[in-house]
Structure formats: C-alpha cells, structure tokens
Design a protein around this ligand. Structure first.
Ligand code: HEC
Length: 94
C-alpha cells in the first residue's frame, strides 16, 4: 500500500505539468500546409503581434475552420498534422 501511494504521488505532478502532447506528424503537416494553406494568407498571420489564436484548442479549431473553408476535406489526422506543424514552428503552446 505504501508503495502504491508513492507511485501515485509521483504520477500526479508528471501529469499536471506535462507539456501539451500533440500526436500529429509535423513534417506531413508542413507539406499539407504548403499545398493548401498559403492561398489566402501566408505564415505572417501566425506571427503577427495581434494574432488571434491564444491556445492549442483555439489553434485546433481554427485549422479545422480554415480547412473547411478550403474544401480540402482533410481528415482529422491530417488536421492534427497541420496543428502540430504550426505549433512546432510558430505558436509553441505548452
Ligand atoms: C479561404 C481563405 C483561407 C484559406 C485557404 C486558409 N485560411 Fe487560415 N485564415 C483565413 C482568414 C480570413 C483568417 C483570419 C485572419 C484574421 O483574423 O485577420 C485566417 C486565420 C488563420 C489562423 C489564425 C491566425 C492567428 O491570428 O493566430 C490560422 C492558424 C490559420 N488561418 C490556419 C490555416 C490553415 C492551417 C490553412 C490550411 C488548411 C488555412 N488557414 C487556409 C482564411 C483562410
């Protein structure tokens, strides 16, 4: 029982402070982004001072929305790849 309690004690902080874990493939996301996402805006919208996206959830929502705009019908997996790419290269949300 003591051992079990110790394990739990060490696990809680590990979960609480873990970085956001994104499972996408950044490299593939980069390719998709290159082909589909530069028609209306370039990457400056991700780095401008008053950029709108403030959280990883916001980023996921925006990518989905822009993806729909585009009519590309990317799968959830492809959208995740793009989110990962954008987060790694621009937003860097933890
Ligand atoms: C049909 C035009 C269009 C296409 C194509 C498009 N977007 Fe957008 N995107 C917009 C508009 C409009 C905005 C809002 C700009 C603003 O708020 O000034 C935007 C904003 C964004 C933002 C938020 C930037 C910020 O302020 O932080 C992200 C992220 C984004 N787009 C991602 C994508 C991705 C990923 C793709 C490719 C799947 C894509 N966009 C393709 C029109 C487009």
């Amino acid at each position: 029982m003591i051992r079990f309690t110790l394990v739990i004690m060490f696990m809680i902080p590990a979960f609480t402070f873990a970085d956001t874990i994104l499972f996408g493939d950044s490299k593939n996301g980069g390719k998709l982004h290159q082909t589909s996402c530069t028609a209306c805006h370039d990457s400056k919208v991700y780095t401008r001072k008053d950029r709108k996206i403030r959280s990883i959830n916001g980023l996921e929502g925006r990518v989905e929305l822009c993806s729909i705009n585009l009519n590309t019908h990317y799968t959830d997996e492809q959208n995740s790849d793009i989110v990962k790419y954008l987060n790694d290269n621009y937003y860097q949300f933890k």
